[in-house]
Design a binder for this molecule. Structure first.
Ligand SMILES: [Zn+2]
Length: 322
């Protein structure tokens, strides 16, 4: 038992209450507990009672949130508050694991480009408004740590534990380094399901696990082309790949939450919503790109339509820059 467990239990209860009130635009830790001791993959694989207990914060699918590009009447903003856990002080590297079949898909160019250019932008700087109890702040920096391919090691239907196994498999094979400052992102191809609710309940999620005693943060980003109406904001997209462009917003959402709330016990509001949850599917002003798609930010030389993030200044607000 530890503080994180108590927080997660509390947050799970809050999430239940929130969902029963009809608001689903919030982080919803799916588990009710975490392993009280650092769990190795072997623990997870061999202990049925721990097979689905990782806490998890989700990015709601559009149909459950506000709908693509919908204008919404905002509820009274609820301040985001600090709950004592760590933030990621860096240097943070993002590692990508392309799961399934991605050959010849421009996602493999578009999304690494986004990750490479995201650090240092006015958009990512929003995360610097989050810190820890000793004055440490999330830096406006993010490095791309490289990518590997996993050709269906867990089949065509992933479970949450399967996603964790994909990460562990990459580390066990020394294809990626074991990096406690890392964010490991599993990106599934559109033919792959995630049985806990991809496309119906969420478009992505983030959580953490322990590998040989080292805490690692990992993210699932589903192939949005599987369900464009739920996980992509538009059918014609700035980079000519609606699935990849939809994943761009899910990816930034999960990275923002991971660096500010890596263990689900640092920054979230009274409803359990983390920073990006508070602005899910909100894009602010957009402009037309050459192909007729909408975009709201230029990252490097590419246009993107990615959701706003919660600027933690004063009462706070959704913003695209800081
Ligand atoms: Zn989220």
């Amino acid at each position: 038992m530890n503080v994180a467990l108590e927080v997660d239990l509390k947050r799970a209860m809050i999430a239940l209450i929130t969902m029963s009130a009809g608001c689903v635009d919030s982080a919803s830790p799916m588990g009710t507990a975490e392993d009280p001791d650092p769990a190795t993959l072997a623990d997870i694989q061999t202990s049925p009672e721990t097979s689905d207990v990782l806490p998890k914060a989700i990015y709601p699918a559009a149909e459950l949130a506000h709908g693509p590009l919908a204008t919404t009447t905002s509820l009274t903003p609820t301040a985001i508050t600090y709950h004592g856990g760590p933030v990621m002080l860096g240097p943070t590297k993002t590692y990508m694991i392309w799961y399934g079949s991605w050959a010849n898909n421009t996602a493999m160019t578009i999304l690494p480009y986004l990750v490479t250019k995201l650090g240092g932008t006015p958009y990512f700087k929003i995360n610097t408004t989050y810190g820890n109890a000793t004055g440490g702040k999330v830096p406006n920096a993010l490095a791309y740590g490289g990518a590997i391919v996993d050709s269906y090691s867990q089949g065509t239907t992933l479970t949450d534990q399967g996603v964790w196994k994909v990460v562990n498999g990459a580390l066990a094979a020394n294809k990626l380094p074991t990096d406690p400052n890392g964010v490991y992102v599993v990106l599934s191809s559109p033919d792959v399901a995630e049985s806990s609710g991809f496309c119906t309940a969420y478009c992505g999620w983030h959580t953490y696990g322990y590998r040989n005693g080292t805490k690692l943060r990992f993210v699932f980003v589903g192939g949005a082309a599987r369900c464009l109406s739920a996980c992509a904001p538009q059918a014609i997209s700035p980079n000519g790949n609606p699935g990849a462009d939809g994943m761009a917003s899910t990816l930034t959402h999960e990275i923002e939450e991971t660096v500010t709330d890596p263990d689900l016990n640092a920054w979230f509001d009274a409803g359990g919503a983390e920073n990006a949850d508070k602005c899910a599917w909100k894009f602010g002003p957009t402009y037309a790109t050459a192909n007729g798609a909408r975009a709201n930010v230029k990252i490097g030389t590419r246009d993107f339509l990615i959701q706003q993030n919660w600027l933690n200044v004063g009462l706070g607000s959704c913003a695209m820059s800081y």
